[in-house]
Design a protein around this ligand. Structure first.
Ligand code: ADP
Length: 500
């Protein structure tokens, strides 16, 4: 025999101190996240800072790329044009071109070159334009070379030796300074940097405004949620104009509130109904106790009657409290049942036999299939079937017929009870399984005295038991014709478990 706890409550996860994340958490989240978790920053601030850092990174990468790209472009085009021009000039010089100083000036001016002339001792003889002496050792350099003088681009040189009988007699050096390009860079850099900063701060500011606009509904929701309390569960979040995740969140929250308020109302109703049901037997007990106190000592008849009434009321109170405890256990998920295979045919036969013994006012008919096995709690299923049988007796006029059947299909054992009683109206039918629900009392208090009256909990308990077995109950009824309940119970243990 197995003892099962049908609804398991999961152990609550340990609460972590959010203000002081532990070491593992610290290693998982980055340093920035760790820092952020230490203080309370609002989402708008976090969003803006995150955005600002990303944009800054992008701007820097973009500016550096553009700058170096432009430098490379300028440098490569200038270098190749210098090589072409200087080679052409060298060709001219070496082919014995008869040049005058004016021609040289024209050519160098046009090409943006400087010209320097050295003797074989590497002393500067002539320079155009200007007469500045270059401070480097000409003998160390090959024909083409570059010399950095601390500017953005190096100066470009081309050394041409004028030879006579294979002996160098003079050196002509062509020089190109990229100062125009450097000047262009120097002029363009400050406004470009300022423009980039303006664009950057503009982007960050608009991101911050955007964040504020998008987060506005959260502020609205927060202030609306603050107003919600147990006394004011009817308030709902109202996010107009947005059709995004926040709207979904508000919608889900409203649905949750609907659920909470429904179950809160149900709980309130349950408590008030339970107190109401308990009040009557308590009043009766008090009344009889007072009777005994006054007259009971001298009148044995009064004493006897009072004691019987007190015992009977105490019994009904006990049964009510047990029903309430059963329902409460189900709600808490702590309902326990003894589960095993048992002969359901014997169980139903026993119920029929007992009913026939107790109730002589109705015709009890039965058709019970033999030797059907059911997995579950025999005690609890007997309780559920008894509730259905008692109801049929209660709500069927004397000499009415009550038919009790047990059948079996491939997967289910089917318990059916059909009576020719007063029936249930279409309006009441959807509610008869609700807690404390009783259909129109004036009509249904049929054999109430004989049956001890009802609390409106019977069918709720029967339904709980059947559903805990993975089964279902269906009901059909017609006023003044009768009522039929059919209970479908899965036979196999695995289908039983699968539905838990
Ligand atoms: P009660 O203790 O009042 O019988 P139940 O939960 O067992 O409570 O039943 C709820 C209501 O369903 C009853 O008050 C009754 O109106 C209706 N009902 C249940 N079974 C029958 C039946 N066989 N015939 C007619 N009405 C029924």
């Amino acid at each position: 025999m197995k003892k099962l706890r049908l609804k398991k409550t999961k152990p609550k996860p340990k609460q972590k101190n959010r203000k002081q994340p532990n070491k593992t958490a610290r290693s998982n989240v980055g340093l920035v996240d760790y820092f952020m978790s230490m203080f309370r920053f609002n989402i708008r601030f976090k969003f803006t800072i995150g955005y600002a850092i990303q944009i800054l990174f992008l701007v820097i990468v973009m500016a550096v790329t553009i700058y170096y790209g432009a430098c490379q472009y300028v440098w490569r085009t200038q270098l190749s044009s210098f090589h072409n021009n200087s080679e052409n000039l060298e060709l001219l010089i070496n082919t014995g071109y008869n040049y005058s100083s004016e021609t040289i000036k024209d050519i160098t001016d046009n090409l943006g070159l400087e010209i320097l002339v050295y003797n074989t001792e590497f002393e500067q003889l002539y320079s155009y334009p200007g007469s500045k002496t270059e401070e480097f050792d000409l003998s160390r350099f090959d024909n083409s070379y570059q010399w950095w003088t601390g500017h953005r681009f190096p100066n470009l040189y081309k050394k041409i030796s004028i030879e006579n009988n294979s002996e160098a007699t003079i050196f002509i050096v062509l020089k190109k300074m990229l100062h125009h390009q450097i000047d262009l860079f120097n002029i363009l850099m400050p406004p470009v940097i300022i423009l980039l900063f303006i664009l950057y701060f503009g982007a960050v500011k608009s991101a911050s405004k955007m964040a504020q606009r998008y987060l506005e509904p959260i502020h609205t929701m927060t202030s609306q949620v603050r107003k919600i309390s147990a006394q004011n569960l009817s308030t709902r979040l109202d996010i107009r104009g947005t059709k995004d995740e926040l709207k979904d969140l508000a919608h889900t929250f409203n649905q949750m509130l609907d659920g909470i308020s429904r179950s809160y109302e149900r709980e309130k109703q349950f408590v008030s109904d339970a107190s109401h049901e308990l009040r009557t037997p308590i009043a009766v007990i008090k009344g009889y106790a007072a009777l005994v106190q006054r007259w009971g000592k001298n009148d044995p008849e009064v004493l006897n009657e009072s004691i019987q009434a007190i015992v009977s009321e105490a019994d009904s109170m006990q049964s009510l409290v047990e029903s309430l405890l059963f329902i409460a256990r189900k709600d808490r998920g702590t309902l326990k049942m003894e589960l095993q295979d048992f002969n359901i045919s014997d169980l139903v036969s026993e119920i029929v036999r007992d009913t026939k013994l107790i109730d002589k006012n109705h015709r009890i008919l039965d058709d019970i299939a033999k030797n059907l096995t059911q997995y579950g709690s025999a005690d609890k299923l007997k309780q559920a079937f008894r509730i259905l049988v008692d109801n049929s007796i209660k709500y069927t006029p004397d000499r009415g017929i009550i038919q009790i059947d047990l059948k079996s299909s491939d997967k289910h054992n089917i318990f059916m009870i059909c009576d020719t009683g007063i029936g249930i109206s279409k309006e009441d039918l959807p509610h008869i399984f609700d807690r404390f629900y009783r259909a129109d009392k004036s009509r249904t208090r049929y054999n109430e005295k004989e049956s001890g009256g009802g609390t409106g909990l019977g069918l709720s308990i029967a339904k709980i038991i059947i559903e805990q077995h993975g089964g279902r109950v269906i009901v059909e009824s017609e006023i003044n014709i009768g009522t039929k309940f059919a209970v479908f119970l899965p036979k196999k243990a695995d289908s039983f478990y699968s539905q838990q």
